[in-house]
Design a protein around this ligand. Structure first.
Ligand code: NDP
Ligand code: HSE
Length: 433
């Protein structure tokens, strides 16, 4: 029997406990492993979580897990940096394997935790930290291990995908859609992590390190969230045949790794455009396997609990004397000569929405500046006529360099015929088809 202790009885803790208790028999039959949920610690032991626990499991004392020599696997599900970091390090120092869903902690302070797990020859499972219920970490470290990974594109934040979907499909307002995502248990304790792209970047940090072996590089990711996206941009995107998604992108280009998170327009007939609501999708291109696509629920108690329990089973198999499964920790950081590309060097197509005064000659002034900065236009939409007033002027470009685009926009925004800051959204082409 393998004994497990869960710290944090919130959304994911409850889902994990429910699966361990209700599916104990099916897990035993499938894997031959008997996983015993010995203890759950939370600071609030009174709140009704909608789950009947066996007598004596729930405690408010962290020592009941960290100092219990019978507990083999500690599951950290409180979130945040402190004291989650200290609990994990203490568990590892006490020779306990660890499972966590805490991408914020691993992406920003994971170095010491990974190093401690390596030094102690212990497992550190974090399947639930990326893309909720989708077994994407397992896919990268096992199924795709024979490949040089070339690119990854992911919709990996359920909350922002839920918000964009509700705004696109039903015209719901941003705040209302966010409140719904919070009520459903998808959002982070601080929802700005979701809507400003920070959570997506935490997950991208882990994916890129697993894919390319680079050190954890959260600080080098270019991050833009969805809070600036308006209903007007969603409508123009639709008219042009695109959807707007918050994408995490990492790929090898010219010997460097691109790492960026931003709202992205994707052609609506591409598969990844159809991933709506809380669903996540991760597209991975490997040199041997070619294109692969994984999708499923990216947040919520039971999908995330499923990923947590899959890590527990992996570790329990190892404890039984099975396969060594956790060598990915050795790969992370081993390729430290690969540089992360600066955002200015990235190439993309672009959508611009200018607030331009409706007057003859304005389009040619704007297109003149774009042309002078090596940016060529592929489509133009101008809606409505209000002579002498500002109207939206929408342009799509062919592939251009980000540095040139920023310079052009700066020049354009200084024109007396442009009344507001220009909206720019990157457009992804066939790379993610
Ligand atoms: P919740 O806030 O729902 O649950 C956290 C629980 O831990 C709460 O009951 C909280 O109590 C308790 N807690 C916090 N600090 C302590 C402490 N020091 N000692 C004891 N108990 C404590 O969070 P989630 O379940 O949503 O998230 C947990 C982790 O999983 C986070 O790292 C999150 O990023 C990650 N995650 C979440 C997903 C989701 O869909 N929700 C999906 C994938 C990953 P209190 O309520 O009083 O603060
Ligand atoms: N807040 C996260 C999301 C939880 O919405 O995707 C899952 O990691």
């Amino acid at each position: 029997m393998v004994n497990v202790g869960i710290i944090g009885f919130g959304t994911v803790g409850t889902g994990t406990a429910r699966i361990l208790l209700q599916n104990r028999e099916i897990i035993r039959r499938k894997s031959g492993l008997d996983i015993n949920l010995k203890r759950i610690v939370d600071r609030d032991t009174e709140r009704d979580r909608g789950l009947d626990l066996p007598e004596g499991i729930l405690s408010a004392r962290i020592e009941d897990i960290l100092e219990d020599s019978d507990i083999d696997i500690v599951v950290e599900l409180i979130g945040g940096i402190h004291p989650a970091r200290e609990f994990i390090l203490q568990a590892l120092e006490s020779d306990k394997h660890v499972v966590t869903a805490n991408k914020a902690l691993l992406a920003t302070e994971g170095g010491e935790i990974f190093e401690t797990a390596r030094r102690k020859n212990l497992s550190l499972g974090f399947e639930a930290a990326v893309a909720g219920g989708i077994p994407i970490i397992k896919a990268l470290r096992e199924g795709l291990a024979p490949n040089n990974i070339l690119s990854i594109y992911g919709i990996i934040n359920g909350t922002s995908n839920y918000i964009l979907t509700r705004m696109t499909g039903e015209g719901m307002g941003f705040s209302e859609a966010l409140s719904e995502a919070q009520r459903l248990g998808y959002a982070e304790a601080d929802p700005t992590f979701d809507i400003e792209g920070i959570d997506t970047a935490h997950k991208l940090t882990l994916l890129a390190s697993l894919a390319f072996g680079i050190p954890l590089s959260y600080d080098k990711i270019y991050i833009e969230g969805i809070s600036r996206i308006t209903a007007q941009d969603i409508d123009f995107a639709r008219e042009l045949g695109y959807k707007i998604k918050l994408l995490a992108i990492t790929k090898i280009s010219n010997g460097k790794v691109e790492m960026r998170v931003h709202p992205t327009m994707i052609r609506e007939d591409y598969l990844i455009s159809k991933i709506d609501g809380v669903l996540n999708a991760v597209y991975i291109l490997g040199d041997a396997v070619g294109e692969t696509l994984y999708y499923g629920r990216g947040a919520g108690d039971m999908p995330t609990g499923s990923a947590v329990v899959s890590d527990i089973l992996d570790i329990a198999r190892g404890l039984r004397g099975g396969l060594e499964t956790r060598r990915e920790l050795d790969f992370i950081g081993s390729q430290n000569d690969i540089e992360v590309m600066e955002i200015g060097d990235v190439e993309s197509m672009y959508y611009f929405r200018f607030s331009a005064i409706d007057r003859p000659g304005v389009l040619s002034r704007i297109s003149g500046i774009l042309g002078a900065n090596n940016i060529s236009i592929s489509s133009v939409i101008q809606k409505g006529r209000r002579v002498g007033e500002a109207v939206p002027l929408v342009l799509l470009t062919h592939t251009a360099r980000e540095r040139d685009v920023r310079k052009a926009i700066e020049e354009i925004d200084r024109l007396d015929v442009v009344s507001e800051e220009t909206m720019m959204i990157r457009v992804e082409g066939e790379g993610v088809q």
